[in-house]
Design a protein around this ligand. Structure first.
Ligand code: PLP
Length: 401
């Protein structure tokens, strides 16, 4: 009898117990301590509502869809021209980077893009991923059976991944980083672009947290590096920037000068391949959502967005400075909504989690949940309110006095 065979690579996936284990521990604590107010600094989701400029744009778009003249059916798979143009003008041209509109592919978010992009690459490719890491890169490549090389980032290398010793073909880099909140300087990024050029590798650059960059000299896009258009694909998202985590919109840049190779060494345009893949498997982001994304770039939109980002950055500052004053070693939190702290007294990530929950009623995320090299670290996020963030930090400090 012929059976339907499964993709056995899925059996190689490690079950991710991280967030379900956290949820279970928190609900048990709440049950046993109904009078305690739990503060959650573990969430990786924004909490501020979508900015008024986007809401207005969506109302208008909804009304248009109800009229004979304004109705839109299937849109272009790659995104409407108005949004691709706004992206090119604001995110690139304004920084002196030349990106063409047909190098922009509007999508329903960076998570899907980071996962789907591997469709156009061979299974034989060796993939480099930092440890700790955003789990999507790892699991996507396990599902398609690729060999993975881990690049440890830690205090010793100042959270800057070192070039791999064996040749790798695909390299995921995410800066500002989730979970560590650290950034990559221009010179470090230049090293990676040079490596990719010499080894004919492709860099998959996740810049989902780009708007949180506050310091000068930190690249906002990999294309600020000379030659990067020949070696890199860039992912961006409106999720953490404009609060689109529920609305869903992002984009990916696949430059036309970026090539992959056939086994016989022939060059093939990755832009053409990704375009073909997109047209076949995707039917575009809704018109209403793309109008909302366009409004992010309006004068009002930019003003409102910056207010929100500054609010989160202020929370990050409260976390980082408060904990540092109390003797903790912290990373991130300056160009990022994430603070990555070294657990005190060498206790492990989960012990620190339990202590914070049980003795301070504060929830964060154990670093080891993002990879083995995250052991001994802990992630706190800036997406709560200022008041709760302040209270949480006070409680943590008291605990370690
Ligand atoms: C949140 C996040 C994204 C964005 O995902 P969306 O699918 O656009 O919501 C991408 N990369 C990283 C590292 C993230 O943390």
């Amino acid at each position: 009898m012929k059976m339907s065979l499964i993709n056995e690579n899925f059996l190689e996936l490690e079950d991710s117990y991280l967030f379900s284990t956290i949820a279970k521990k928190v609900s048990k604590f709440v049950e046993e301590n109904p009078d305690k107010k739990v503060i959650k600094l573990g969430i990786g989701d924004v909490t501020k509502p979508i900015i008024p400029a986007c809401i207005e744009a969506m109302h208008k778009a909804v009304d248009e869809m109800g009229t004979k003249e304004g109705f839109r059916g299937y849109g272009p798979e790659q995104g409407y021209d108005f949004l691709r143009k706004a992206i090119v003008e604001n995110d690139y041209k304004a920084r002196g980077i030349q990106i063409d509109e047909d190098e922009v592919f509007v999508s329903d978010g960076a998570k899907c893009d980071c996962g789907n992009i591997v469709d156009i690459f061979a299974q034989e490719n060796i993939v480099a991923i930092t440890d700790p890491v955003y789990p999507v890169y790892m699991d996507t490549n396990v599902m398609s059976g690729r060999k993975i090389t881990l690049l440890p980032v830690n205090t010793q290398n100042n959270f800057t991944p070192e070039l791999p010793k064996e040749k790798v073909d695909l390299i995921y880099l995410c800066f500002p980083n989730n979970p560590t909140g650290t950034v990559l300087g221009k010179e470090d990024l230049e090293k990676w672009v040079k490596y990719a050029k010499e080894n004919k590798s492709v860099i998959l650059y996740d810049a989902a947290y780009e708007v949180f960059i506050t310091e000068r000299g930190i690249p906002h896009s990999i294309y600020e590096i000379e030659g990067a258009k020949d070696v890199a694909i860039e992912f961006k998202s409106f999720s953490k920037t404009a609060g689109f985590t529920g609305l869903r919109c992002g984009y990916v840049i696949v430059p036309k000068s970026l090539n992959g190779y056939t086994k016989s060494g022939e060059q093939v345009s990755l832009n053409k391949m990704w375009n073909r893949r997109t047209c076949t498997k995707f039917n575009g982001v809704s018109y209403i959502v793309q109008r909302a994304a366009e409004a992010v770039y309006s004068e009002e939109g930019q003003k409102q967005l910056k207010e929100n980002i500054n609010y989160y950055l202020e929370n990050a500052r409260i976390i980082k400075q408060g904990l540092e004053k109390a003797g903790f070693t912290c990373y991130g939190g300056v160009n990022s909504p994430y603070v990555w702290l070294k657990t005190p007294e060498n206790i492990n990530s989960w012990e620190f989690f339990d202590k914070l929950l049980n003795e301070a009623a504060v929830v964060g995320t154990p670093g080891v949940g993002f990879g083995e090299c995250g052991e001994g670290y802990f992630r706190l996020t800036a997406f709560s309110t200022k008041e709760l963030t302040e209270e949480a930090i006070e409680r943590i400090i008291k605990l370690f006095k």
